[in-house]
Design a protein around this ligand. Structure first.
Ligand SMILES: Nc1ncnc2c1ncn2[C@@H]1O[C@H](COP(=O)(O)OP(=O)(O)OP(=O)(O)O)[C@@H](O)[C@H]1O
Length: 217
């Protein structure tokens, strides 16, 4: 289970401090898929980054299956990120100099959990089997998004954090990619917290959390 209690996070911008998270508490169970919605600028990406140890919090607690993430130093945070989380970023962050196959197994290799059979199974399920030797720039937007999803799941994470994984895709492709993501996460028995602007996608997940004025509404 991933749980956060009273998370606070402010940024110092050139025009003053921005209080983004003002006491956020939430819980996502293992195997549960939860949508994170909220207006643009409400702090969805910030919350995801804080939960995934990519951004330091000002105060509050974050626990993943009993481990306190808020107490970890930078090395500890990197280790947890590698071992426990699969993260799909808004800007996919595929590595341009690596092939699709190498991108798919990149995080699994870092987590020392590379498994050729599982990676091949993912490539088949994601419709990437014929593209394994291509480079990211030789793929369509939807194909790149599927590689980013496969890469996040290849390391068999306990939790997948996805920041609008279907942004920039047309409705039909987005729908197909979403279904794949949900199926793969369920099959892996992982939890999913997914930022989305789409009512339709949010309604397909088990539950929804809505961020408003720095709090879960
Ligand atoms: N590094 C930063 N420095 C200063 N302000 C920041 C920084 N990162 C984010 N912010 C501010 O924090 C607020 C929340 O940003 P965030 O990206 O988390 O929102 P969001 O809900 O994900 O938005 P969107 O739906 O548009 O992607 C915004 O007001 C943004 O301007």
């Amino acid at each position: 289970m991933l749980s956060a209690e009273n998370l606070r996070k402010a940024f110092q911008a050139s025009d003053g401090a921005v209080d983004v998270l003002r006491g956020v508490s939430l819980m996502v169970a293992k195997g549960e898929s939860v949508a994170l919605t909220g207006e643009s600028g409400s702090g969805k990406s910030t919350l995801l980054h804080c939960l995934g140890c990519l951004e330091d919090i000002d105060s509050g607690t974050i626990f993943l299956n009993g481990d306190a993430l808020h107490d970890l130093d930078d090395d500890g945070k990197s280790r947890i990120r590698r071992q426990k989380f699969g993260i799909v970023f808004q800007q996919l962050n595929l590595i341009p100099s690596l092939t699709v196959a190498q991108n798919l197994s990149f995080h699994a290799r870092l987590a020392v959990r590379e498994n050729a059979e599982w990676t091949q199974e993912l490539a088949d399920k994601l419709g990437l089997a014929a593209l394994l030797h291509r480079y990211p720039e030789q793929l369509s937007g939807g194909q790149q998004q599927r590689v980013a999803i496969g890469r996040a799941i290849a390391s068999r994470p306990e939790f997948v954090l996805a920041d609008e994984p279907t942004g920039n895709l047309d409705e039909d492709t987005a729908e197909a990619v979403m279904t794949l993501l949900q199926d793969l996460v369920k099959e892996a028995g992982a939890g999913l917290l997914m930022v989305t602007h789409s009512e339709r996608h949010a309604s397909k997940l088990d539950r929804r959390l809505h961020l408003k004025n720095g709090l879960i509404a």
